[in-house]
Design a protein around this ligand. Structure first.
Ligand code: OGA
Ligand code: MN
Length: 313
């Protein structure tokens, strides 16, 4: 009997001991957590998943090193946090028959179906350059994405960092006059707008039927995280218009805000090593990819996306 009680207590102790080890940077105690002692190839317990979920809300970005996972394992890990947002004709211009990866994964690489880098003028390459602009994933969808999980299967030798900006800190540091001004603002988001910034005119490149998939959607500019009760500015280069404003006025205002919200004091720069996996919360951050020699290097990055839970308007 005593033996049984000791074993039971030991089990309870071990179970309680299964907590995450998360390190942070000294100057940014609540932005970006580095998670160690976890193997994403394994099935995770509910308590660990809940802890991870709380950590994404708290730190907005989580970094995991040395996760040599398969697509299947990445999808399984992603589904712990919600439903997968499928990648397809409303999020890119690649035809289904030309996909390199299953529709559970967004192909963020510079590679075609035969694993060869896209050539200079390939519209898919030009379209992908949109990831170099500050954005949040799928803010152009009626229900925008919750989390994104990016796995570095083959990383570029030079360049190709991913930068993240903390939209909670950006909101907190705004002047109160601007806070009041933006409180009720509504913005129109579309992939057409972000690609227009690159000089890539999707209306001309796509058929009238295809372009229907990219109609602008309205989103509030200020959001509130229910779990942490922190407000964020929901910015993205997909924004092309503020409701009831002219387009040029909208662009000037949004560009000023993006410039402010991506100052160094709000940033984390991720320098990829093979098999890093990074989760970010699209409700609380913006991100962008940095340049690399995409005509010769092979940067194989695979993203899974957790569907958002609600329409915001
Ligand atoms: C993404 C993205 C940036 C990168 O996966 O959504 O924007 O560095 N990626 O590849
Ligand atoms: Mn992205």
């Amino acid at each position: 009997m005593i033996k049984f009680i000791i074993l039971l207590l030991l089990n309870i102790f071990l179970f309680m001991g299964e907590t995450l080890i998360i390190k942070t940077r000294d100057l940014f105690p609540d932005f970006v957590g580095f998670v160690s002692d976890i193997n994403l190839k394994e099935i995770l317990s509910d308590s660990l998943i809940n802890e991870l979920d709380a950590a994404v809300n708290k730190y907005a970005v989580l970094v995991f090193k040395d996760q040599n996972i398969t697509d299947h394992e990445q999808v399984r890990f992603t589904e712990y946090f919600g439903k997968i947002e499928a990648s397809g004709k409303t999020s890119n211009i690649t035809k289904d028959k030309d996909r390199r990866l299953s529709s559970d994964l967004a192909d963020v690489s510079n590679l075609d179906k035969d694993n060869k880098p896209f050539t200079l003028n390939d519209p898919r390459r030009i379209f992908n350059l949109g990831n170099r602009l500050w954005h949040t994933d799928s803010s152009f969808k009626p229900v925008p994405a919750k989390y994104s999980l990016l796995s570095g299967r083959n990383v570029s030798k030079e360049g190709g960092n991913t930068e993240f900006a903390d939209m909670r800190s950006a909101y907190d540091n705004l002047d109160f006059k601007i806070k009041n001004k933006i409180e009720k603002m509504i913005c129109e988001h579309s992939l057409i707008y972000s690609r227009q910034r690159l000089g890539f005119d999707m209306v001309r490149e796509l058929s009238p039927d295809e372009i229907k998939n990219f109609k602008p959607v309205e989103q509030p500019l200020v959001r509130n995280n229910k779990l942490t009760n922190r407000k964020t500015v929901f910015l993205s280069s997909h924004i092309g218009k503020i409701k009831d404003w002219t387009r040029p006025d909208s662009m000037c205002f949004i560009d000023d805000l993006i410039e402010y919200a991506t100052k160094e004091k709000f940033l984390y720069v991720h320098k990829w090593l093979q098999n890093d996996l990074v989760i970010w919360d699209n409700r609380q951050t913006m991100h962008r990819a940095r340049a690399f020699d995409d005509l010769t290097e092979y940067r194989d990055m695979r993203r899974t996306t957790v569907l958002g839970e609600e329409k915001l308007i």
